[in-house]
Design a protein around this ligand. Structure first.
Ligand SMILES: Nc1ncnc2c1ncn2[C@@H]1O[C@H](COP(=O)(O)OP(=O)(O)OP(=O)(O)O)[C@@H](O)[C@H]1O
Length: 259
């Protein structure tokens, strides 16, 4: 069974943290014991979006050999477990990314699913999470620069013996999704796992430090996150009738508006 996923992109800001927090929450909602870890040791974003910015013991201390992993695990929504990264420069300088493999081994033995929020870029800190997970999931935006960087991550993953499961196309506009999907699959040479639309509620929910699947569960992106989580967990996803109705009305309104 595939249990440890690294969420990577190469390019910064494509939505890795958003995807990690929401997929983790959705997997926990489905009753899966899920851990999410901010392995972006330079930027503590996962903790920030989940209201854990004041966590005193983080992955920094664990990677510096100053704390045990169980002391850096915090509670998130639906029983999700979160390992944030730290914000102190000293902690960052002392953290040894090579210890990540042992930490991962420990965490994976505790849970059904482990999601790692990878750093942007292609430095050594970004390479380790690509090698240690069972599969890498790329988060791409429908832009050339995002695709080029994702392609580099794919090549790097294969070079270090890892496997890319596919890509999540995030921030897709509803109009050009089909075209983008086809092109992106061709360019990256991996399947598109799913498409998450551009959704203003994503940003809004992060200001409440709450994943969108909790804050705005009926929004189109929350629906997509639950669908992806169900796919990863091998659960059949049945979209509630109200969500289908809402999407039908949305499509109808767009068609009428164009005419
Ligand atoms: N589907 C979406 N619709 C609208 N805004 C989004 C969407 N996905 C992410 N965002 C916004 O884009 C910004 C970047 O997202 P996020 O922090 O998840 O990216 P990242 O890849 O983790 O960034 P970094 O490389 O800095 O770690 C955030 O403000 C987030 O709220």
């Amino acid at each position: 069974m595939i249990r440890a996923f690294t969420i990577a992109s190469g390019k910064g800001g494509t939505g890795k943290t958003t995807v990690t927090a929401n997929l983790g929450t959705a997997l926990a909602y489905y009753g899966k014991e899920t851990y999410i870890v901010d392995v972006d040791v330079g930027m503590a974003n996962l903790g920030l979006v989940l209201g854990l910015e004041n966590a005193s013991i983080t992955l920094h201390e664990v990677l510096a050999g100053k704390a045990k992993i169980q002391d850096a695990i915090y509670d998130g929504p639906h029983g999700l477990k979160v390992v944030p990264s730290g914000i102190s420069l000293k902690g960052f300088q002392e953290a040894d990314p090579q210890r990540l493999k042992d930490v991962m081994r420990d965490l994976v033995s505790r849970c059904d699913y482990l999601l790692l929020d990878a750093p942007a870029g292609l430095g050594s800190d970004a390479v380790i999470p690509l090698a240690v997970a069972d599969e890498v999931i790329l988060v791409v935006n429908p832009e050339i620069s995002s695709l080029v960087d994702a392609l580099k991550v794919k090549i790097l993953t294969e070079m270090v013996g890892g496997t890319v499961r596919g890509a999540i196309l995030n921030r897709a506009s509803l109009e050009n999704t089909d075209l983008s999907k086809q092109k992106i699959q061709k360019v990256l040479g991996v399947p598109i796992i799913d498409v998450i639309p551009e959704d203003p509620n994503v940003r809004r929910s992060s200001t409440y430090k709450t994943p969108i699947v909790i804050k705005y569960p009926d929004s189109p992106s929350a629906v997509a996150f639950r669908r992806i989580a169900a796919t990863l967990a091998g659960i059949e996803y049945n979209e509630p009738v109200e969500e289908r109705r809402e999407r039908f009305v949305e499509r109808l309104a767009r068609t009428l508006f164009r005419r």
